[in-house]
Design a protein around this ligand. Structure first.
Ligand code: UDX
Length: 444
């Protein structure tokens, strides 16, 4: 099929590269000319394992190209994916201007029946607004369909999630969702052709209404966020009650009703999705006059969680003024250089406010961190480089390379052998045996 993907960020680029890899003819479109230029030269503008190779291969094999020309891309495609940013304000109001701009371009340039598939995470009801926008802006009555196809990929696993998703959710306009799994109509057949790679592996294509699809995305992320805030709150209880959250969650996760994933206590969830989507859900709940009290608590717990690390630090160093604090890991999770809503930023901001001397190291995200903090921090060449005479080491991102460090070397380098393990990576008994002062999250 001939496909245009608008927006070449994480979601858009993964979609474009993935669809090209399974044989479709894809044009990635973005308004950022520098980004398009870099992609045309086979360069991925962010860190994502495996993306570079697949991008280069599909460009060479002429299944994938990039352009800033919306008109040409729309006219030569049967399907237009919208994966542009839908950022939200501090008050969690979603800015739909980029999404609606793609919708108006679609209306203006579409000259034959085409499908508009929205992947951007947008408040409930936006698919209807997209359809309205297209109808209003059309000069001719060219037939079109609006479909909602929320994205569930995780950064750091984006391509794996594209090729092996748990499910594909497809919201269809009214009328086409009924009996979706029994009587496939033309639109459903097209969607099955588009995602044939997953359908043939038995992964379900779940057809539903546009609104349900939109809600499924928020509900999924809110549920994941709830699991994390649940364990983070329970971690505080464990500390006071003489428990160890790691052992407690290990005892819970084998119950399939609870599930093995997303039960790791830490410094709180970050990234471009969970915090933003939770905020927007709360905001839309307010508009619908449904208070969503549980969601509000999930957010409150998460907002406070990063500062646990500071409290632990201050138990040993009540005054952080002038203390050297070494930080391992700043990306919001491993295998990404993304710093959007990274808890590390709140922690580093607080440390700077308390006048600590902050030295950081991250295997991939250091360059991006430097762009934010500049000369206010010191940046290490490697993990050990920042430990000399340090008064504390904070582990904030569980990159593999931090999992089994040379503790003898660490001990020799540091002035005070204090490790605050924000991700519960280390074994408290092992570190205490080596005369470290160890503090994890929820480990009494
Ligand atoms: C998330 C969803 O998982 C994905 O389905 C959606 O499409 C986008 O948002 P992502 O933001 O890439 O994906 O990261 P994810 O792996 O979900 O982690 C989110 C945050 O939760 C990270 O900050 C991570 O460190 C934290 N986390 C995760 C925990 O603190 N504990 C856990 O047990 C799991």
């Amino acid at each position: 099929m001939r496909i245009a993907v608008f927006g070449c960020g994480y979601v858009g680029l993964t979609t474009a590269v993935g669809l090209a890899e399974i044989g479709h003819q894809v044009t990635g479109v973005d308004t950022d000319a520098a980004k398009i230029h870099s992609l045309q030269n086979g360069k991925v503008p962010f860190y994502e394992p495996g993306m570079q190779e697949l991008l280069a291969r599909n460009i060479t094999e002429k299944r994938l190209q990039f352009s800033t020309n919306a008109r040409l891309a729309i006219q030569k495609s049967d399907v237009v994916f919208c994966a542009v940013a839908a950022p939200s304000s501090r008050k969690s109001i979603t800015d739909l201007s980029a999404v609606l701009k793609v919708a108006s371009d679609f209306a203006l340039y579409s000259d034959s029946e085409k499908i508009f598939i929205n992947k951007s995470t947008v408040p409930v009801g936006t698919s209807d607004e997209i359809a309205r926008t297209i109808r209003t802006k059309q000069t001719k009555r060219t037939p079109f369909f609006v479909v909602s196809n929320p994205e569930f990929l995780r950064e750091g696993h984006a391509l794996k999630d594209f090729f092996h998703p748990d499910r594909i959710v497809i919201g269809l306009p009214e009328g086409s969702a009924a009996n979706a799994n029994k009587e496939p109509n033309r639109l459903k057949l097209t969607m099955r052709r588009l995602f044939r790679h997953v359908a043939k592996n038995g992964i379900p294509l779940l057809f539903t209404s546009l609104r349900n699809a939109e809600i499924i995305k928020y509900a999924s992320n809110a549920f994941l966020a709830t699991k994390i805030s649940f364990v983070n709150e329970l971690a505080q209880f464990c500390e006071k009650a003489g428990g160890d959250i790691k052992e407690v969650t290990n005892g819970m996760r084998h119950d399939p009703r609870i599930g093995i994933h997303f039960l790791d206590a830490g410094i709180g969830f970050g990234g471009s999705c969970l915090p933003k989507d939770l905020g927007v859900l709360l905001r839309t709940g307010k508009t619908a006059r449904v208070p969503l009290r549980l969601m509000k608590s999930v957010k409150d717990i998460n907002d406070a969680q990063p500062f646990q690390v500071i409290e632990k630090l201050r138990k040993k160093h009540p005054r952080l003024n002038g203390k050297k604090v070494a930080v391992w890991g700043v990306s919001f999770k491993p295998d990404t250089d993304d710093l959007r809503d990274a808890p590390s930023r709140l922690i580093v901001d607080k440390l700077l406010k308390l006048k600590a001397r902050v030295h950081v190291f991250d295997p991939v995200a250091l360059g991006n961190f430097k762009k934010i903090y500049g000369a206010r921090l010191e940046y290490g060449k490697d993990a050990y480089d920042i430990l000399k005479d340090a008064d504390a080491l904070l582990l904030l991102t569980e990159w593999n390379e931090f999992s089994s460090p040379d503790f003898k070397r660490i001990k020799k380098l540091m002035r005070t052998p204090l490790i605050v393990d924000g991700r519960n990576v280390y074994d408290p008994a092992e570190l205490r045996a080596q005369k470290f002062i160890y503090s994890g999250i929820g480990r009494s």
